[in-house]
Design a protein around this ligand. Structure first.
Ligand code: PEP
Ligand code: MG
Length: 505
């Protein structure tokens, strides 16, 4: 479905009249003002019939008489309009007739126009609406739709309303995502909103990961921009898949991925009290590489620690887990457990093309030590008569500034690089990838990150090793274009739909 997702900064509509200041304006003037306002909408709106219905209500003596009666009972003109609105709404609703019930919204819109004029309080009217905003309001009326520049509005979010209201119909006609029934109290002007009309959900100030994932869903929703397809074609960039289970692998391959650029093995270690045995790991890696049907499978060794705890390891709690014992540091700190994983990977490499990849590398020694452990494992497998690919490549994830800064040295020792933009961005920008209040800093297009990526790509080219990107940024068309131009060889994507669309071209 097109146009069901939107992302943008919130702009809260504050209506005139809400401050309740009195004014000298008369009822006759208010009716005159509202008549000319609605007549203008009838002329300019693509839905003139909506406003003809409004005008009918304004001209109906029922409304005028009810307001006059309230005035004669001592209410102010503005209070009289509000009381008349209540009274007539009740009459319409009591009829039980769908036609009259549907006129209640029209009546309320008309009365709102009268009250705003009578109170004479300027609202933060749509004249001040910034471009690309998500308009947030307790409720929106058809006349609001006529007043705002719908060409630049990203989405509409309201507390009250329904998918079948006039506002919803106009929004749909203009391809503007609209969600009602949202608790808007916690939203402030300027907050970043992810609007999902399909799920009728609004996420306020998402984390960087949530935003990236949402943007990639948007890309699927809208179709892939031609620019991204051209950049991929021009540079001959391979489309690979990211996977966290055998099922993911099957789906990515079925969608046309040329291989798996990132197979996360954490799922074997997380949420369970007992560590997986070498045998269990071997059977899963074997099943996984067979699911690749001859295409390369990049197995990332366990990236535990940080936000990925493993109960089976009973690790001490850390104050700063993202700067602590995670990824390759942890693996090298428990070599016996690490060697079981390495042996399982090596044994699976006898059943298909496997590359082994190391997460969270910061120092050359980590690669050198791992290679020594791999040699040790090969020797023990040889002596036990197990088969394995003796040329299995060992690559490095570049996801720390340290790894990027020594990428020339790492490139001389590694079989390939894969840039993990999720962590690389967080560490380069010193901004927690899960903290929404710094999500504006977690931007892979920031000059600092792009320079870092360029340094890594140049180092890889110099040593003639392949360099891909497996972070979420690879799925963002805007970032992917830049990455392709920088010279990366592959994009590894989490979404099978995106893989399919890009592989078809
Ligand atoms: C990354 O950091 O970009 C990455 C792919 O690894 P993860 O998201 O699993 O940390
Ligand atoms: Mg990472």
């Amino acid at each position: 479905m097109k146009g069901t997702l939107a992302i943008g900064k919130a702009w809260i509509l504050h209506r005139g009249g809400e401050t309740g200041q009195p004014s000298e304006r008369t009822l006759d003037e208010a009716f005159e003002y509202e008549t000319s306002r609605l007549s203008a909408f009838i002329q300019d709106s693509p839905s003139p019939e909506v406003f003809s219905a409004h005008l009918e209500i304004l001209e109906d003596p029922l409304l005028r008489d009810s307001i006059q009666r309230n005035v004669s009972e001592g209410l102010t003109p503005s209070e009289s309009v509000k009381a008349a609105e209540e009274e007539i709404s009740a009459i319409f609703n009591e009829t039980g007739d769908e036609y009259f019930k549907s006129r209640v919204d029209d009546l309320r819109d008309v009365c709102r126009g009268l009250v705003e004029y009578l109170d004479g309080v300027p609202d933060n009217s749509f004249e001040n609406l910034p471009k690309d905003a998500v308009v947030v309001a307790p409720e929106l009326f058809p006349s609001d739709m006529a007043e705002m520049d719908l060409g630049t509005v990203k989405a509409l979010v309201t507390r009250k309303g329904s998918p079948t209201s006039h506002v919803a119909i106009i929004a749909r006609g203009r391809g503007i995502p609209f969600v009602s029934g949202i608790d808007i109290d916690g939203i402030n002007t300027g907050d970043l909103l992810l609007v999902d009309t399909g799920k009728a959900e609004v996420k306020v100030n998402p984390s960087e990961i949530e935003e990236r994932a949402f943007r990639s869903r948007m890309a699927e929703d809208k179709g892939i921009p031609e620019g991204m397809i051209q950049a991929i074609r021009k540079h001959g960039v391979k489309i690979l898949g990211n996977a966290g289970s055998v099922k993911d692998v099957e789906e990515a391959i079925r969608s046309g991925a040329e291989g798996i650029g990132l197979f996360r093995t954490e799922f074997l270690f997380l949420c369970r009290d007992k560590l997986p045995s070498e045998e269990e790991q071997f059977s899963i890696y074997k099943e996984t590489v067979e699911a690749c049907q001859g295409r390369p499978l990049t197995i990332r060794t366990m990236d535990i620690g940080g936000d990925k705890p493993a109960p089976g390891l009973d690790l001490p709690k850390e104050d700063n887990p993202f700067l602590g014992m995670r990824g390759i540091r942890l693996s090298l700190n428990m070599p016996e457990i690490f060697k079981e994983q390495i042996r399982a990977i090596l044994r699976a490499s006898a059943h298909g093309k496997i590359r082994m990849m190391l997460p969270m590398v910061t120092r050359l020694e980590e690669l050198v030590q791992t290679k020594a452990l791999v040699e040790e494992c090969k020797a023990s497998l040889r002596s036990s008569g197990s088969l394995f690919d003796s040329d299995m490549e060992i690559g490095v994830m570049i996801e720390t500034p340290a790894a990027a800064l020594i990428s020339d040295r790492l490139a001389a020792e590694a079989g390939f690089f894969s840039i993990g933009t999720n962590d690389l961005t967080q560490y380069v920008m010193a901004a927690d990838r899960g903290n929404s209040s710094v999500s504006n800093l977690c931007n892979p297009l920031d000059k600092a990150v792009i320079r870092t990526v360029k340094m890594v790509v140049d180092a890889a080219k110099k040593e003639k090793i392949p360099v891909g990107v497996c972070g979420e940024a690879a799925s963002d068309p805007e970032v992917a274009n830049v990455l392709c131009d920088l010279g990366i060889d592959s994009l590894s994507l989490g979404s099978p739909t995106l893989i399919k669309e890009l592989s078809l071209h």
